[in-house]
Design a protein around this ligand. Structure first.
Ligand code: ADP
Ligand code: MG
Length: 619
């Protein structure tokens, strides 16, 4: 398969370059490509296997090993063996549901908004670095297998991944030395793998039930064009949960027999073996001997009842996706099964009954179909096919914070991407010159319940009465699901643009010094906030004092007016600086100077008011 080309001009041997498709799975990862001149994708074997367990083991010197070798260490060396890292990707500790903290290894709660960290011996790793280890293994081994350079890739993510999880995946690729051409949704990739062969127009439902995530997506194919109509899912639902439910079941059985089963890792391993044995051969009974008095048992019927509450959630998602796409189940022509967990016979049975007019597609290996689709997308991007076009959809609404902490949605969930939307806003305070634009993602009314993606300040809006400025906020969501936000005051043309970085705020340069940078930013963020608060206070006091002097000019001495003006200028001079202590001191000076005559005039105003005149409000 390997080919070598020779550059005639230089006489040197050139390795060919291959763009790969990568399924970076929670449980297993795969890499695939489309050979030149071919149109079918193939899995690239890694150390002789198509499937690479997404597991990383660190030896005592913290040298990483990825894949089957690492998976074998789950039992013997769980504290140094990291699995399901995709579940931690782009997340803070507080984002992680409690029952998912029950891993064999240590994740660190540093009581902050920073990235989750994993502790291995004396070292700390974040999920981006860990995912990069998996990608590095795929890249390097693919290069060996193909005897080609692998520098560019398409990487898939669950449809329900949010912006920061997508960005984290991109960063992991970069860290592994890959130019990530595109991030695409796993169900989209799977349908692409099947869609090539699909001649007819119609609706496809992709049911992807893997080890750690569940997605259902509804796609439309029309004249070779794929369009995602809706997606629904749960990034915390997968075959792992079935394994855990089996462990719970066994632990209950053991407790009834006055037995203590405590090694979670070993039990998990056997639970998965039981599940796979029974789904391949439902007539057998799984048996694991603990000792002469006690056996762990499982049969298919029990397995199905244990899995039922988990499967129920997937059926609910199917209904929600159908609703979002405004389709009935009879509108679905094809059902595509993706993910190792769809090998449980009950799943195809259920979908067969439910969608009995549709074709159930499970001919392509459910473990491989996503990587194969990613490779086809890579081939499209390489310019090797013109027959396919991909339209994607955004799974969560995107919007900004407006007065009162309300979420104002600019791009609703399930909008097609790429997408560009603009909306006009204005100020609520006279002379407002700064406007904070805070960007959120989610479906709740209050921004505090949604996920904050980032914020920036539109500065130097010319001072105008409240309601006068016309501020246009524009959201541009590109084909990768990355968001660009622009704010522009239309009367003056003042504008500012940002590429939204997820809340952990990684820039390219920071990818290298990830951990420390996170901590350093947290500190400077606090400093920045304190400085802003002082600046706001300074602006407020300049505003009110100047108004006060204007209104009462004839009641003040020249010294009072001049002295006040000088002190206002001193505050103003520091307004754009970065020393908040100095600014605060000047604010105090101004306050101290104006207080005595302000109080004197207040008394006059109050006595006037008592005679029936209006008090000028001092605000
Ligand atoms: P991911 O996309 O999360 O990496 P995969 O698609 O590789 O996951 O699926 C892994 C899951 O499939 C695991 O939970 C594994 O136990 C499960 N699995 C693999 N084979 C079978 C089988 N024959 N029956 C049931 N579950 C299976
Ligand atoms: Mg998968």
């Amino acid at each position: 398969m390997a080919k070598i080309s020779i550059n005639i001009a230089s006489g040197s041997i050139e390795k060919k370059k291959v763009i790969v498709g990568i399924d970076l799975g929670t449980t297993n990862s795969l890499v695939a490509f489309v050979p030149k001149g071919d149109e079918n994708a193939q899995i690239i074997p890694v150390r002789g296997n198509n499937i690479v367990p997404s597991v990383i083991h660190f030896d005592v010197h913290n040298i990483p090993a990825v894949g089957a070798f690492a998976k074998d260490k789950l039992l013997g060396d769980p504290e140094r063996t990291i699995y399901s890292v995709k579940r931690l990707l782009g997340k803070n500790y507080k984002d992680i549901p409690q029952d998912n903290v029950n891993l064999g290894y240590r994740i660190i709660d540093d009581q902050s908004d920073n990235l989750v960290k994993v502790q291995v011996g004396a070292k700390f790793y974040n999920p981006i670095e860990l995912s990069a280890e998996i990608l590095k293994e795929l890249k390097e081994q693919a290069q060996k297998t193909l005897n080609a350079d692998v520098e560019q890739a398409v990487i898939t993510v669950p449809a329900y991944f949010n912006e920061s999880q997508r960005q984290a995946t991109r960063d992991a690729g970069k860290l592994a030395g890959l130019d990530v051409l595109r991030i695409i949704n796993e169900p989209t990739a799977a349908s692409l793998a099947y869609g090539i062969q699909t001649q007819s127009n119609g609706h496809i439902l992709v049911y992807d039930f893997g080890g750690g995530t569940f997605d259902v997506s509804i796609l439309q194919i029309e004249d070779g064009v794929f369009e995602v109509l809706s997606t629904h899912g749960d990034t915390y639902l997968g075959g792992d949960d079935i394994d855990k439910a089996i462990v719970d079941y066994w632990q209950n059985k053991a407790r009834e027999a006055n037995f203590e089963l405590d090694d979670f890792s070993i039990l998990r391993h056997h639970a998965e073996s039981a599940k796979i044995q029974l789904s391949n051969d439902p007539k057998t009974v799984f048996e694991y001997k603990i000792n002469s008095d006690f056996n762990l048992l499982l049969d298919y019927k029990t397995l199905v009842s244990i899995a039922e509450p988990i499967l129920e959630k997937t059926w609910n998602s199917v209904n929600r996706a159908l609703n979002d796409a405004q389709l009935k189940h009879t509108d679905i022509h094809e059902v595509v099964l993706v993910g190792g967990s769809t090998r449980l016979p009950i799943i195809a049975e259920k979908l067969n009954n439910w969608f009995n007019q549709s074709r159930i597609n499970n001919q392509i290996n459910p473990d491989e179909v996503v990587a194969l689709g990613a490779a086809i997308e890579a081939d499209v991007l390489a310019g090797n096919r013109t027959d396919v076009l991909l339209l994607d959809v955004t799974p969560l609404s995107l919007g900004i914070e407006t007065a009162g902490g309300l979420m104002d949605v600019l791009i609703p969930r399930n909008s097609k991407i790429p997408q560009r939307v603009g909306r006009e806003y204005t100020t609520s305070v006279d002379g407002q010159i700064n406007l904070k634009v805070a960007v959120f993602q989610g479906e709740r009314e209050l921004v505090e319940q949604n996920r904050k993606l980032g914020e920036f300040v539109l500065k130097d809006i010319p001072s105008m009465p409240a309601g006068m400025p016309k501020i246009e906020i524009q959201f541009a969501l590109n084909a990768d699901g990355m968001l660009q936000v622009q704010a522009k005051e239309l009367r003056s043309g003042v504008s500012q643009k940002v590429e939204i970085q997820p809340s952990y705020g990684l820039t390219d340069a920071e990818v290298e010094q990830m951990l420390m940078a996170g901590l350093a930013n947290a500190q400077s963020d606090v400093e920045e906030r304190l400085l802003r608060e002082s600046q706001n206070e300074a602006r407020q006091i300049i505003y009110t004092t100047e108004r006060f002097i204007d209104k009462n000019a004839n009641l003040l001495s020249e010294d009072e007016k001049l002295g006040t003006e000088q002190r206002i200028e001193a505050v103003r001079g520091l307004l754009d600086g970065s020393d908040r202590h100095q600014l605060q001191a000047k604010i105090e000076e101004l306050n101290d100077f104006s207080r005595p005559f302000a109080e004197r005039l207040m008394d006059v105003a109050v006595s006037k008011a008592l005679k029936g005149n209006r008090i000028d409000q001092m605000k």
